[in-house]
Design a protein around this ligand. Sequence first.
Ligand code: HEM
Ligand code: NAG
Ligand code: NAG
Length: 321
Amino acid sequence: MAFFLDRLFPFFLFCLLACPAAHAQLSPTFYAVSCPNLESIVRSAMSQAVAKENRMGASILRLFFHDCFVNPQGCDASVLLDDTATFTGEKNAIPNNGSLRGYEVIDAIKTSVEAACAATVSCADILALAARDGVVLLGGPSWTVQLGRRDATTASQSAANTDIPAPFHDLPKLISLFVSKGFSAQDMTALSGAHTIGQARCLNFRPHVYNDTNVDGSFAALRRQGCPSVGGDDNLAPLDLQSPEAFDNLYYQNLMLNKGLLHSDQELFNGGSQDSVVMTYSTNAAAFQSDFAAAMVKMGNMSPLTGTIGEIRLNCRTVNF
Ligand code: HEM
Ligand SMILES: *[C@@H]1O[C@H](CO)[C@@H](O)[C@H](O)[C@H]1NC(C)=O
Ligand SMILES: *[C@@H]1O[C@H](CO)[C@@H](O)[C@H](O)[C@H]1NC(C)=O
C-alpha cells in the first residue's frame, strides 16, 4: 500500500501543479455530460425573449461584448455583478450605465439552467450561448460556442471605462483598442457589423448628426428630428437605418452612403484603411457573416477563467458567499 502511494504521489503533485492547465482549454462539449440540455434551454429562453422584443437579441450581444472586452479575465460575467455598498462593478461604468440591458433575461435563463443542472454552468457560458442565439434568431450566422469558462469574483469599473470603445473615438483609437485585445483591424470592422441590429441613444449620436461633415445631409436632418441639441439624451434611433431588426450587411451599405449613426461607425468608411473592408462586406454578405462568426469565437476565447480559477456563480448578480 505504502509502495502504491509512493508511486502515485508524484502524479498527485504533478496534477496539483499542472491539472488546472490541462483544463485551460475551452470545449464545445464541456457540459455534454453534466448539463446535456443546456443549449436547448438557452435557445428556447432566447427565442421567447426575442419574440417578445426583437431588440433583446442586440442587447444580449452587446452585453457579451462588454463582458469580454474588459480584461484581464475576458468573458467572465463580471459585467453581470450588481454594485453593492462594498462592491463596485462594471454596470455603472460610463459605457454601460443606463445603456446595457437584458440582465433580467440572463437571470431568467440562469434560473432555468440551475433548475436543470444545479451549480454546474457558469454565467459567462450562459451569456456566450445567449449572444450567439440572439444573432441567429435575428437572421445572422451561427457558430460553435466554446464552453468551460468560469465566473469572476471581481470586476473593474475603471477597466470598463478605459477598454470599451466610445462613439467619439476615431479610427486609429478604435483599431488600437481592438489590437490591444488581440484583434486585427479587419476583425474590428467585422465585429462592428453588430451595429446592423439594435438602437443607440441621442446622447451618443448627437455630435455626429449635428457637427460632423462626413454625414449625409438628409440622414443627419432626420436623426436631428428625434434628437434635440439639448435634452432628449435617451431618445433612441436604430444603428442600422434600413433593417435594425435583421442581422444583415446593410450596416456597411449605410456607411458607404455616409449614413452611419455613430461617429465611430462612420470612421470605418472615411477614407482610411477600413474602406476596402467595408466595401467588401457591403457587397458580400457571406464574407461578413463568416468573418463576424470567426471574430465572435475569438472574442469568446479571450483569456478565460478555467479549471478551478473563479467560480460557478449561483446567481449571476452576486459572487457566491
Ligand atoms: C467598434 C467600436 C464600438 C463602439 C464605439 C460601440 C459603441 C456603441 C454605442 C455608443 C452604442 C449605443 C449605446 C447607447 O446609446 O446606449 C452601441 C450599441 C450596440 N453595440 Fe456597439 N460599439 C462598438 C462595437 C461593438 C461590438 C464589437 C459589438 C458586438 C459584437 C457591439 C454591439 C452593439 C449592439 C448590438 C448595440 C445595440 C444594443 C441595444 O440595442 O441594446 N458594438 N455600441
Ligand atoms: C448611472 O446613471 C444614473 C441615472 O441614469 C445616475 O443617477 C448614476 O449616478 C449613474 N452612476 C454613475 C456611477 O455614473
Ligand atoms: C458642435 O461643435 C460646437 C463647437 O465646437 C460645440 O460648441 C457644440 O457643443 C457641438 N454640438 C454638439 C451637438 O456636439
